[in-house]
Structure formats: C-alpha cells, structure tokens
Ligand binder design. Structure first.
Ligand SMILES: CC(=O)SCCNC(=O)CCNC(=O)[C@H](O)C(C)(C)COP(=O)(O)OP(=O)(O)OC[C@H]1O[C@@H](n2cnc3c(N)ncnc32)[C@H](O)[C@@H]1OP(=O)(O)O
Ligand SMILES: O=C([O-])CC(=O)C(=O)O
Length: 372
C-alpha cells in the first residue's frame, strides 16, 4: 500500500463549487479577484448553492430568507446567559451551539433536498447572530436582535456593536466573507463531506467542520497570527523574533499552503485592506509589521502568506476581538460547507479510505494476571 501523507495530491471528490487550478481560485468558474471587487456575500452564497449568480428577484428572496431565519432560539440565548464562558474559546461554544440548533429544528432528521436547503439557510442565517450574541453576552451586554433591512455584513457588525457600521467597515467585512467563502476540498470541508457521506444530517456535518476549522493549521491560524503580531509588539522587533522562530524551525503562522505554491490569490486583497484600514485607524504598525514578516519569510524561505495572514490585521483594525477571527471565518465558510454537503447528498457514496497497518503482525491475548 502506498500512503500519501496528509492525503497530499489525492483527488477525493468531484465538485462544481470551487476550483484551484495553477494558483487561481474560482467559485463556479468566476475568478476570486472579480468576486472580491464586485460581489456581495449574499450573491456568493447564492452562487455556491445554485452554481449561478442570482438575478435581482432571486437575490431579494435569498436576503429575505436569511433575514427571516436570523433570530436565535430563546433556549440558546438562555444557554448563553446561564453559562460562564470566561475561559472558553468561542469556536468551542460555536461548535456546541451549531449542534444544539438541531434540537430546535422539528424537521432535524428530514433528509429530502428541500429540507436540507432550508437547514442550510437556517445555519447561514443564525451563525452570525450567534457569534455576535456570544461576544456581547460574555461582556455582560444584551444580545442585539438582527435587522431585516441591513446587508448580511452590516447586520453582523450591527449585532456585534449595537451600532450601524460605516460603509468602510461593512465593505471590509463583505470582502473578507467573499474571500473566505469556499476553497475546494480544504480540511474542514472534507470533514463535513466525510461526515454527511454516512448520510448523517447537516448539523452533524457542520459541527464536525467547525471542529476541523478551529485548529491553528487551518482556520485557527488567523488568531495565531494576531497573537504573534501582539507578541512582537513593534516593527523594530520583527526581525529578531522571526529569525529566532525560523532558526528553531517553528512554523510561522499565516504562511504556507498545501495547494498554492506561488501564493494564495486571496492574500493580496487582504493585504491591501490591511494597509487601507491601518491608515484609517492611524495604527498602520500592524500592517507594517506584517509586511516586514512577509518580506523576511518569503526572502529566506520562499513561502508566501496565505489567507489567514493579513486577515488578522484587517479584523484587528476593525476593532474585532481576536478570538472572534476564526468564528468570522466560520460565518463565511458556512456557505461553502453547506454547498458541499448538499452536493455530497446529491451524489453520495460513503467515504472510507484504507490505512496501511504498521502494528505487530502476529499477537495473542495474554490474561491480565500474566501481563507486565
Ligand atoms: C485557511 C487555511 O487553512 S490556510 C493555512 C493556515 N495555516 C497556517 O497558516 C499554519 C502555518 N502553515 C502550515 O502549517 C502549513 O504550511 C500548512 C498546514 C498550511 C500546509 O501544510 P503542508 O502542506 O503539510 O506543508 P508542510 O508542513 O509539509 O510544509 C512543507 C515545507 O514548508 C515548510 N513550511 C510550511 N509552512 C511553513 C510555515 N508557516 N512556516 C515555516 N515553514 C513552513 C515546512 O516546514 C516544510 O519544510 P521541510 O520540507 O523543510 O520540512
Ligand atoms: O484549502 C486549504 O487547505 C485551506 C484554505 O486555504 C482554506 O480553507 O481556505
């Protein structure tokens, strides 16, 4: 048996949702640069779910559906308010709450295409309400009810802060959500597909996916990047800090990628946003430090930054708490996960690879009294 470590290069599914070919990312064939410039997140959700851009009516309908499903069940608000989350990571709570949502869905076990589509809307609508509510409740604040008249991005920021965001913040979040929405067979999407390929339900698939996204080698890297930037503190400390890490052969968070070799096409958009937002807040140092880290890592190791690297300083400049960075990634990736789950159900076969056994060939049962 030949083992492909980390399944590198193994093609394990077909998909018509997104592609990465020669370092170019597309959603349903539309280049990520175009989508980053022109698309709203709601358009991207529609695109991933239906494989075509919505017309005006279709977009209006999707926005109304997302708005109609945005409220959290009262039981989840009660759970949030009755639990002390001081030392609990928001991704841990998010994973639990996504699983809990099934308890409030009378149709939770239904597996027909329409029921699963409605569940996808539910999950996409509620995840941002939850992340915002969690952030407020742990600060001792009341959750802010979702509004129907705001865009998905503006509504998230509104629920987080209680104030309508300015256009710059809304556009920045929109672009970040567009850029993170889907990414072929990344670890969390693969996890979701493996889970639902047993014909388990969509809540189980998303719960599993959130668990996979949480790790610092995947979505958790954005928070780790910010931790690194905060540890470095000032631009003049960058060189010594990064050199020490590289000498110790430590991974620099936010760099490297399994598929991209010439660089992650999403990073340049986040880099530019980081520069612009840093200029607006007057705290350009996070961008400057990031740029210096990029220069050192690419010069010495030829490893370019990935999507997580500049998203850290983008979210920081927007005043977002650092442990919400990965939950925001999850808000966006919910669109891709649900699209992949629906695609898996449409043409399902259980995913069950093999393992090359490396244990002892022959062994026998020794009674416990005789064991060392
Ligand atoms: C949204 C996302 O999930 S994007 C990825 C987010 N994750 C991170 O930013 C964490 C840091 N990066 C990494 O750990 C890796 O690059 C991954 C997990 C993204 C990809 O992992 P793999 O494809 O298995 O690459 P692998 O770890 O084998 O790296 C190949 C070589 O590049 C080096 N390398 C890869 N990433 C980095 C890094 N961030 N810093 C330093 N060296 C690195 C490895 O040490 C290895 O070197 P070697 O061949 O001398 O041993
Ligand atoms: O594709 C991957 O391996 C990780 C990634 O960049 C993503 O999920 O956006």
């Amino acid at each position: 048996m030949t083992v492909k470590s980390g399944l590198e290069g193994v093609v394990a599914a077909t998909t018509s949702i997104s592609s990465i070919i020669d370092d170019t990312l597309t959603y349903v064939g539309i280049g990520i640069d175009e989508l980053a410039e022109f698309a709203s997140f709601e358009e991207v959700v529609y695109l991933l779910w239906h494989r075509k851009l919505p017309n005006k009516e279709q977009l209006k309908e999707l926005k109304a559906q997302l708005a109609d499903h945005a409220e959290l069940p009262e039981g989840i608000i009660t759970f949030l308010k009755s639990t002390n989350f001081k030392d609990v990571h928001p991704m841990t709570v998010l994973r639990t709450v996504i699983s809990m949502l099934a308890l409030y869905d009378e149709n939770a076990e239904a597996m027909d295409a329409n029921s699963n589509y409605v569940k996808a809307i539910e999950l996409q609508a509620k995840i941002s309400t939850f992340v915002a509510a969690f952030s407020r409740v742990r600060q001792g604040l009341e959750p802010v009810a979702p509004r129907k008249d705001l865009s998905f991005s503006a509504n998230f920021l509104y629920m987080l802060t209680g104030e309508e965001p300015n256009e710059i913040a809304e556009e920045a979040i929109n672009k970040a959500l567009v850029l993170h929405a889907d990414h072929e067979l990344n670890a969390s999407t693969f996890t979701a597909r493996v889970c639902v390929a047993t014909l388990s339900d969509i809540y189980s698939g998303i719960t599993a996916a959130i668990g996979a996204l949480k790790g610092p080698l995947h979505g958790g890297a954005n928070e780790s990047v910010m931790k690194m930037l905060a540890e470095i503190g000032e631009v003049e400390n960058v060189e010594a800090y990064i050199q020490e890490k590289m000498d110790a052969k430590a991974k620099i968070m936010g760099f490297g990628h399994r598929v991209y070799r010439g660089g992650d096409p999403r990073a340049k958009h986040l880099k530019e946003m980081s520069r612009q937002l840093g200029g607006i807040t007057g705290e350009l140092k996070w961008y400057t430090m990031s740029e210096k880290i990029e220069e050192i890592v690419t010069t010495q190791k030829n490893i370019p930054p990935n999507v997580d690297f500049y998203s850290a300083s983008v979210y920081h400049s927007l005043g977002i708490e650092h442990d919400l960075f990965t939950p925001i990634f999850a808000i966006s990736r919910m669109s891709g996960w649900t699209a992949h789950i629906l695609e898996q159900y449409d043409n399902n076969r259980i995913i069950r690879p093999r393992a090359d056994y490396t244990g002892p060939e022959k062994n026998s049962y020794i009674p416990i009294e005789e064991r060392a």
